[in-house]
Ligand binder design. Structure first.
Ligand code: 13P
Length: 249
């Protein structure tokens, strides 16, 4: 089965409301394609104007985080139904910046993944190793653990709909991209791990993205790898270059 590519932007903590809408308008004509799905994961406060701005286009809007409780005394957090009520389809979960700066753990990522599925949201589940971990030779062990915990109690029907993003921490925002071989090796390792959990038929359906200094010049090589089904793009999704990445062929 040919998996449909997904090219997703992660704007991180950038773009005021006005700037967000202006950038969406600039990107709409540049990211038109029949071949891939296109999403932009924007800051929570920009979601509503961005969902409005992408009406009748091929762009879907995603969130960058979500809490795992339904509602209540969780100051500053965003509940799943707050996202779905805006028309959001995707939510990034377990980004390394959230793990590193905001103490997210594999266990909280798993709770969020389960909650996202309960609400019909598509989680983009992030995993990735630090440079030190890569140098220690534990990349695949670590990634397999992140994946197994993130997918804990997720059934096969939901697992099929998940998106995984492999983002080596040393490649994020550094301009140093993983080589196509390194990226393919880990993405294949992730698919093998998912096949152990769910069988190869399910694993073949799950989209696995690469993220970390994806640019207009390296996207085509990365996305041509057999286990890489698109990208999660940070810095380059904040400019017109994102259009070139979407139309990478
Ligand atoms: P950069 O593309 O800026 O390296 O960021 C990658 C990333 O973290 C996307 O989630």
């Amino acid at each position: 089965m040919a998996r449909r590519k997904l090219i997703a932007g992660n704007w991180k903590m950038n773009m005021t409301r006005e700037a967000a809408v202006a950038l969406i308008k600039e990107l709409i004509p540049l990211v038109q394609t029949e071949e891939s799905d296109v999403a932009l994961c924007v800051p929570a406060i920009d979601i509503i104007p961005c969902v409005d701005a992408v009406q009748n286009t091929n762009i879907k809007i995603g969130a960058q985080n979500m809490y795992f409780e339904e509602k209540g005394a969780f100051t500053g957090e965003i509940a799943p139904d707050m996202l779905t009520s805006t028309g959001v389809e995707y939510v990034i979960l377990g980004h390394s910046e959230r793990r590193g700066y905001f103490a997210e753990t594999d266990e909280t990522v798993n709770k969020k993944v389960l909650k996202a599925f309960e609400h019909g949201l598509t989680p983009i589940i992030c995993c990735g190793e630090s440079l030190e971990q890569r140098q220690q030779g534990i990349t695949l062990d670590l990634i397999r653990m992140q994946i197994k915990i993130a997918f804990g109690s997720v059934d096969a029907e939901n697992a099929k709909k998940a998106v995984v993003a492999y983002e080596p921490i040393w490649a994020i925002g550094t301009g140093v991209t993983a080589s196509t071989e390194q990226a393919q090796e880990v993405c294949k390792g992730i698919r093998d791990c998912l096949a152990e959990l769910y069988g190869s038929e399910v694993a073949e359906e799950i989209r696995i993205l690469y993220g970390g200094s994806v640019s207009a010049s390296n996207a085509a090589d990365l996305f041509a790898q057999s286990d890489i089904d698109g990208g999660l793009v940070g810095g380059a999704s904040l400019k017109a270059d994102f259009g070139k990445i979407v139309n990478y062929k």
